[in-house]
Design a protein around this ligand. Structure first.
Ligand code: UD1
Ligand code: UDP
Length: 376
C-alpha cells in the first residue's frame, strides 16, 4: 500500500513560517514511515526576498511543485492557482490538502481540492476581523466554510467557528505554528549581525512594516503615515523593511525623498526571517499592520502598535503586547508619544503568551492528522 500523501500549500511570505514546522515534523523517521508530505509553492510571492530567503532560513527543502502564479488581480491570481493546483491534485492524488492562513493561494487551493472531493485541513482557522473590506477576511470565511478540519491558534477562533456551525468534532485548538518557527529560529536570530549592518542599537529604534492596501494603496493615507514616521525620527531611529507593494506605492506617490531626507529613517529591502526576528527582538517597539508580526511580538514580549481598526488576533491584545491603533493622525501621534515614553498596556495586567503558543503546535497537528484525518 502506498503511504497517504499530504500536500501543504504555500504561496505568500507568512505561509512559509506556518508550514515549515509541519514539514519538519513530517520528516521525522516515525512520520516518514506513515505518511508522505510534499510542499506545493504557488509562486504568489516570487522575489528572492519574499520567498527563497525563507526556505533558506527555515531550512525547508525546495517545494515538490512550483506553480509560478505570480501577481495579478484577485480573480486572476486565484483562478491561476486553481487551474495549476488542480493538475497537481489530479496527478498526485493526495489524501489530504493542508492550507494555512488567509491569502489568495489559501482559498484557491481549498476550493480546488474540495471540488475534487479531497479533504482539506485549514491551519490558523477561525480568525475573524469582522471587516469584510479586507480581502483576507473573505478568504478566511470562504476557506473555513469549505474546510473539513480546522486547526485553531487561539480561543476566539474556536468561538467564531462554533458560531458558524463548524463541526465540533473536527475543530482543534492546537496553538500556533508560526510561533513554532519563531522558537526554531531564535538561536540563529541571537547571532545575527543585522543591527550592526543597519547602524542601529538594541532598544534604540522602532521597527515598522506596512503592507495592507488600506494603509499603503491610498496616497493620502500613506503620505500621512510616512510623515508621522519621519517626525518620529527626531526621537528615535525608524527601521522600515519595505514590502514590494509598499515600495511600488512609495515610488508612485513620490514619498521616497521624504524618507531619504532623515538619516535616522532606515529603509531596507524585505528582510529574511532570521534578520527580521533579530530586528523585532531588539526593537524598542514595533509598528505594523501585519497579521503575523502581531503574534510574534506577543511571543517575544516586545510592544506592538498595530495600525488598523480591527484585529483577527484578539489574543495578542488580551494576553500579549499588542495595542490596536486605528490609523488616524491623532491616534497614531498619541500612541507614538506613549510608546516613546515606554507606556504600553494601560490595564496594569502583565503581558503573557497565549495558551499553547509553546513551539509544539505542529506536533499536535501531525498527531491529530494521523489519528483523525487520514482514516476516513
Ligand atoms: C499578500 C496577501 C496578504 C498578506 C501578504 C503577506 C492576498 C490577497 N494578500 O498581500 O494577505 O498579508 O501577501 O506579505 O493574498 N510583489 C512583488 N514581488 C513579490 C510579490 C509581490 O513585487 O514577490 C508586488 C507585486 O507588485 C504585486 C504586489 O506586490 O502586485 C502585491 O502582491 P500580492 O501577492 O497580490 O499581495 P500582497 O500585498 O503581497
Ligand atoms: N517578515 C520577515 N521579513 C520582513 C517582514 C516580515 O521575515 O521584512 C516575517 C514576519 O516575521 C512574519 C511574516 O513575515 O513571520 C509576516 O508576513 P507579512 O507581514 O508579510 O504577512 P501577514 O502576516 O500580514 O499576512
Amino acid at each position: 500500500m502506498p503511504k497517504p500523501l499530504i500536500l501543504s500549500v504555500v504561496g505568500a511570505r507568512p505561509n512559509f513560517m506556518k508550514v515549515a514546522p509541519l514539514h519538519r515534523v513530517f520528516a521525522t523517521p516515525e512520520m516518514l514511515a506513515l505518511v508522505e508530505h510534499r510542499i506545493v509553492h504557488t509562486g504568489q510571492h516570487y522575489d528572492a526576498a519574499m520567498s527563497d530567503a525563507f526556505f533558506h532560513d527555515l531550512e525547508m527543502p525546495e517545494p515538490a511543485y512550483f506553480l509560478g502564479i505570480g501577481s495579478g488581480s484577485h480573480a486572476e491570481q486565484t483562478a491561476r492557482v486553481m487551474m495549476e493546483f488542480e493538475k497537481v491534485c489530479l496527478e498526485s492524488k493526495p489524501a489530504l490538502v493542508l492550507v494555512v492562513g488567509d491569502v489568495n493561494s489559501t482559498i484557491a487551493a481549498t476550493l480546488t481540492a474540495t471540488k475534487l472531493g479531497i479533504p482539506v485541513a485549514h491551519v490558523e482557522a477561525g480568525l475573524r476581523s469582522g471587516d469584510r473590506t479586507m480581502p483576507e477576511e473573505l478568504n478566511r470565511i470562504a476557506t473555513d466554510a469549505l474546510s473539513d478540519y480546522a486547526f485553531v491558534t487561539e480561543q476566539s477562533g474556536m468561538d467564531n467557528l462554533l458560531r458558524e456551525n463548524f463541526r465540533k468534532e473536527r475543530l482543534f485548538l492546537v496553538g500556533n505554528t508560526m510561533i513554532d518557527s519563531l522558537h526554531f529560529a531564535l538561536p540563529k536570530a541571537r547571532q545575527a549581525s543585522i543591527l550592526n549592518e543597519l547602524g542601529v542599537a538594541s532598544k534604540e529604534y522602532a521597527l515598522v512594516t506596512l503592507h495592507r492596501p488600506s494603509n499603503v494603496d491610498d496616497v493620502a493615507q500613506l503620505r500621512a503615515l510616512i510623515t508621522m514616521l519621519f517626525e518620529a525620527t527626531s526621537e528615535c531611529a525608524v527601521v522600515f523593511p519595505v514590502h514590494p507593494r509598499t515600495r511600488k506605492n512609495l515610488e508612485r506617490f513620490g514619498l521616497l525623498n521624504l524618507i531619504e531626507s532623515s538619516p535616522r529613517f532606515v529603509l531596507t529591502e524585505p528582510q529574511g526571517y532570521v534578520n527580521f526576528l533579530a530586528l523585532m527582538m531588539n526593537a524598542r517597539f514595533v509598528m505594523t499592520d501585519s497579521g503575523g508580526v502581531q503574534e510574534e511580538t506577543t511571543a517575544l514580549g516586545v510592544p506592538c502598535l498595530t495600525l488598523r481598526t480591527t484585529t483577527e488576533r484578539p489574543a495578542t491584545c488580551e494576553y500579549g503586547t499588542n495595542i490596536l491603533v486605528p490609523p488616524t493622525q491623532e491616534n497614531i501621534q498619541t500612541a507614538l508619544q506613549n510608546a516613546l515614553k515606554g507606556v504600553f498596556r494601560t490595564d496594569g495586567v502583565p503581558a503573557s503568551v497565549p495558551p499553547l503558543w509553546d513551539g509544539k503546535a505542529a506536533e499536535r497537528i501531525a498527531t491529530i492528522i494521523l489519528r483523525e484525518c487520514l482514516s476516513h
